[in-house]
Design a protein around this ligand. Structure first.
Ligand SMILES: Cc1ncc(C[n+]2csc(CCOP(=O)(O)OP(=O)(O)O)c2C)c(N)n1
Ligand SMILES: [Mg+2]
Length: 1026
């Protein structure tokens, strides 16, 4: 009789926990404790005579004692402590018990204990069975989803390939696992407090217990939640799925559900009829996605949500646009007309990628709701962090600190959800103070295939959704062929988010009726699956038959509903033929009301001055060098930094950090919100910034002086991010999308790390406006420079950014002199600068906000220049009337006799300081001019021309510290040639071509540097070359 009676015993953790919470919590923690390691410790084969107090009706009492002891051995009587200790140590039956010490002469020994628990013969089995039942309940809660009927195709293997767990009672012979048998089925058992299957009953017959557990956990819904380490949340989920009769719907709800299924299904059928040879990545096989989303939206609207931002891939996108966002059908249908002319810019990539923004009344709640679907590239899941950033921004701007008014929904494909790392990176933002959106509802269209690839070769986890477990998000798997179950879990998901403000996943287990797109033949690769799919009755038909059978609708009503929607589609189709012009602007996901004029153009085409008054500079400088709160102890080293800042302010000069301070502080004062995010940005990777001060004596007490600039200033957000580039840059891009009136900056720890966010740069930032008519003013700060640090940490890869500029290198722009700079900016896809002075950095940051349109700004930022004694700017260069210098000409002795200048060396960034030092050393200040191109793109053709004209006898050299196949050379050379009408050659001084960005050897680095400086100043270096 080796019994499971001792379930309690089996639950023994390796070490008894030390914390003392409530006893009931202790019990739950132990029972629900996926964190614990279970170890069989003692098989109670002891006879009653050996340990008589372990008898029958004492089970609850013993159990209580045991849990209490586990929690805190001192909370139980000494006798129990000794008993459990001995038992744990493996004492044989009868030997674990020792008489307790006598207290005050009163004997509180075995006799009393027996009296308390009431000894009865033959109750041992009862205890064991009760404990077995507890174990059984828990098994269903943990593993019920493995046997739930989730797969509409019934081929299951693709979902969860393992055998059914042995502790789930799928047949009566499994009772034996628990030491139970059929004769126990009608016995009544007390239910543990960790289950709600009893409803108002606290006891139930075993047969009923199993049946209710089956109902709760093994039908069309599989709930994965027992890994969540919060008891309240686990209990909440249990009662949502366990309470008897909880999944019941009113007649009206069923009819609405049917109507939504009709729309979803007939929409796809309509497209298939009209455009049978067009790809549309149809939803067939997962039609219940539409009611699923609508249910989430209805419920969330009911809970007070006013704005929902959605991101989704290709599958079912048109259906979502039509039936969830409610884009006019004719606007969708006309996208299938290839003759349609585009009325505005944009690459016409409408059907599967453009977004949408729509405010309407939610019919169920009668409340206003704004729905936006974000434009997205093909790159699956890339939009996830962007959606989160935009959601965060909307919450921030409407003061929604808990996500009660604005929320996001992300849709995923099963293969992409499991495969794309950005999913994980995005999940990790979900609970960070400056990044949380207070819960996202994820919906996975789990059609058990990715293009032609089976899950068994595409992922190592049981489910595609396992990644969500890292943030303790509950996962509701549901058979998408059961629309009522789908609706139920979606309701629960929305309630979960409203209650706990945390992420949740709905996994719609479905199938894909056609190939990856409608042109693909799936039988090539999944013959058996598709044989099954061909036999599969459509979900609408199944659900309609069910409702007709139960009398919820008549067949006639159902047919009328179909006819009604078909008619809507036909009429819209007729209207769509009248559409002659495609207005891509109608597909904007983030309109910026008031920023543009009525035609969507900038309100002016001038950039106001970016300078400040002396007083403003002094005031911001003062804030930057002080601690603006009382009784705040900063680190001694920081005191010195602040002192040196104060000294600089006294001398009217700025270093890099102070220049940035001036730009941020002034914009904040003028009402522009600033958000600076990235790894370690608060202090600054190079310990130069110090925007967040930490009290040395009080834990977590911080001060952000930038928020003390002026009484009505805009808020400053500066946040160290998670160690993710892809996720965080995507997030900030989304944040910048929400409003043009914020300066949003992302800083890479070192510039080269941006390449792990390449997808966001290539797919969104570089071409965003061209593809989706959507401007964005995000700023990327990329530390860059060859400083002998080796191949890593040196290059922010300027060549890549420059290569992706949309400017023609061979054509001199035909703009008037007054408008040259601003027109160039307006036409470009992004702005790329490498500033050599703090003042210029200051101006370019301010220009980013003060110019009348938005373009991404890429800034190659310095490392050693942060502290270079010459890399300082005078306040004079930042005063009112000054502005960003696209090119900084040589202002030295060369200006006096330009005709005598033999060479102009054009350069950008830090190498300027190396060049000037070398020139001085060589005494060539009169013969070689050095011009700094600060704005690389758009290229300042006009100002370069002024320089080349100024020195008619000079040869032209481009000097860079980067290798020849990297850096700026390939970009600059043709532009310089265009500027001089190809009348003069452009020579190169710099490192030779190389595979790696820099040498790892400091000495080699210096040799290389000297070599190219020699070339730059050897006036005969290029003689004879052509
Ligand atoms: C990052 C990325 N890699 C590859 C692709 C090519 N691709 C497009 S759809 C697809 C399969 C996606 O499968 P799943 O996520 O399950 O969505 P489904 O098409 O099944 O709805 C692939 C590999 C892509 N679009 N994005
Ligand atoms: Mg799939």
């Amino acid at each position: 009789m080796h019994r499971i009676r001792t379930t309690v015993v089996r639950l023994r953790p390796i070490a008894a926990p030390q914390t003392a919470k409530s006893q009931s919590q202790a019990r739950l923690a132990t029972v629900g404790g996926a964190l614990r390691t279970f170890q069989p410790m003692r098989s109670y084969t002891a006879s009653v005579s050996a340990e008589p107090f372990l008898n029958g009706t004492s089970s609850n009492y013993v159990e209580e004692m045991y849990y209490a002891w586990l929690e805190n051995p001192r909370s139980v009587h000494k006798s129990w402590d000794i008993f459990f200790r001995n038992a744990n140590a493996g004492a044989p039956p009868g030997a674990a018990y020792q008489s307790p010490p006598r207290l005050g002469g009163a004997a509180l020994g075995l006799a009393n204990a027996q009296a308390m628990v009431g000894v009865q013969p033959n109750v041992e089995k009862l205890v064991e069975d009760h404990l077995a039942v507890q174990s059984l309940v828990r098994a269903y809660q943990i593993r019920g989803h493995h046997v739930a009927q989730l797969d509409p195709l019934g081929i299951m293997a693709a979902i969860d390939p393992g055998p059914p767990p042995s502790d789930i009672i799928t047949s009566n012979d499994k009772l034996e696992f628990y030491g139970l048998d059929e004769s126990d089925l009608d016995k009544v058992f007390r239910l543990p407090t960790t289950t709600f299957i009893g409803g108002s009953e606290s006891t139930l017959p075993l047969r009923e217990i199993i049946q209710r557990l089956e109902m709760a956990y093994c039908q069309s819904i599989g709930v994965e939640f027992m890994f969540i380490n919060d008891l309240e949340q686990c209990q909440w989920i249990r009662q949502k799925f366990e309470r008897p009769g909880i999944m019941q719907f009113t007649l009206e709800e069923k009819r609405t559900l049917l109507a939504r299924m009709v729309r979803s299904t007939r929409f796809e059928e309509f497209l298939q009829r009209k455009w049978s040879s067009e790809k549309r990545f149809g939803l067939e096989g997962c039609e219940s996605l539409i009611p699923a989303l609508k249910t989430i939206i209805d419920k969330s609207s009911m809970n007070g949500v006013e704005s929902i931002i959605m991101g989704m891939p290709h599958r079912g996108r048109l259906n979502v646009l039509a039936n969830v966002i409610r884009k006019e059908l004719d606007q969708i249908f006309c996208q299938f007309d290839s003759k349609l002319e585009a009325a505005d810019e944009g690459s016409g990539d409408v059907k599967y990628h453009l977004g949408m923004w729509h405010r309407r009344i939610n019919r169920v709640t009668d409340r206003n709701i704004t729905l936006s679907l974000m434009a997205n590239p093909s790159h699956l899941e890339a939009v996830d962090p962007v959606v989160q950033g935009k959601t965060k921004a909307e919450q921030f701007y409407c003061g929604d600190t808990e996500g009660n008014r604005v929320m996001s929904i992300l849709l995923h494909g099963d293969a992409a959800f499991a495969g794309q790392g950005v999913v994980y990176e995005t999940f990790h933002l979900s609970d960070l103070p400056s990044y949380t959106t207070h819960g996202t509802i994820h919906v996975v269209v789990n059609n058990q295939i990715g293009f032609t690839t089976d899950p068994r070769v595409a992922r190592s986890s049981s489910y595609p959704t396992d990644v969500a477990k890292v943030v303790n998000a509950p996962i509701f798997h549901v058979n998408a062929d059961d629309p009522e179950a789908v609706m139920y879990v979606c309701n629960v998901a929305a309630e979960w988010r409203a209650t706990f403000h945390k992420d949740v996943v709905v996994d719609l287990v479905c199938y894909r009726r056609n190939g990856h797109n409608e042109m693909d033949e799936p039988m090539f690769t999944q013959p058996l699956m598709y044989k099954q799919i061909k036999k599969q009755k459509g979900v609408l038909q199944k659900y309609a038959e069910k409702l007709i059978a139960e009398g919820a609708v008549t067949r006639q009503e159902y047919e009328e509903e179909i006819a009604k929607y078909d008619k809507i589609c036909e009429e819209a189709h007729a209207r769509s033929k009248d559409e002659k012009i495609l207005h891509i602007k109608h597909w904007l996901d983030s309109p910026w009301p008031g920023f543009f004029n009525m035609d969507g153009q900038p309100k002016s085409m001038t950039s106001p001055s970016t300078g400040l008054t002396e007083e403003e500079l002094g005031h911001i400088g003062h804030i930057a060098s002080s601690v603006p709160v009382e009784d705040f102890t900063i680190h001694g080293g920081l005191s010195r930094i602040l002192k040196s800042r104060a000294a600089m302010v006294g001398q009217r000069v700025c270093d890099w950090a102070l220049g940035e301070y001036m730009a941020f502080g002034s914009l904040l004062k003028e009402g522009t919100h600033i958000r600076l995010s990235g790894q370690d940005v608060e202090r600054g990777t190079f310990s130069h910034r110090h925007h967040v001060l930490h009290d040395q004596n009080v834990d977590k007490r911080i001060c952000i002086p930038m928020n003390h600039i002026a009484p009505n200033q805009a808020p400053y957000t500066v946040c160290n991010s998670s160690l993710s580039e892809y996720g965080v840059l995507g997030f900030e891009l989304g944040f910048a999308m929400a409003s043009p009136n914020a300066l949003v900056l992302w800083e890479a720890q070192f510039g080269d790390f941006h390449n792990t966010a390449q997808c966001i740069i290539d797919q969104f930032i570089c071409p965003g406006q061209a593809k989706w008519v959507r401007q964005n003013g995000i700023v990327l700060l990329l530390p860059h420079g060859m400083e002998g640090m080796g191949p890593e940490h040196s290059s922010a890869r300027p060549e890549r950014f420059l290569q992706m500029c949309n400017e023609d290198p061979d054509a001199y722009p035909k703009f008037s002199a007054e408008e040259f700079a601003v027109r160039q900016l307006y036409d470009c896809n992004w702005i790329i600068v490498n500033c050599s002075t703090p003042a210029n950095y200051f101006h370019v940051l301010r220009r980013q906000i003060l110019q009348p349109f938005r373009k991404p700004l890429i800034v190659f930022t310095p490392k050693s220049l942060l502290r270079h004694p010459d890399a300082k700017s005078n306040f004079d260069d930042m005063l009112t009337g000054t502005h960003f210098q696209r090119l900084i000409p040589d202002s030295g002795p060369v200006c006096e006799k330009p005709d005598g200048v033999k060479r102009i060396v054009f350069c950008t960034g830090k190498v300027y300081y190396e060049l000037t030092r070398e020139r001085k050393n060589r005494g060539m200040d009169n013969t070689v001019a050095i011009a700094r191109i600060e704005q690389l793109s758009p290229f300042p053709f006009d100002q370069v021309k002024v320089e080349t004209d100024r020195y008619p006898n000079a040869d032209l050299v481009w000097c860079q510290e980067e290798h020849k196949n990297q850096g700026y050379y390939d970009y600059v050379k043709p532009r310089l040639r265009t500027t001089v009408d190809r009348t003069r050659p452009v020579w190169y001084a710099g490192r030779g071509p190389a595979a790696a960005p820099a040498t790892g050897n400091k000495a080699a680095h210096l040799v290389e540097l000297q070599r190219f400086l020699d070339t730059a100043f050897n006036l005969d270096a290029f003689t004879g070359q052509s």
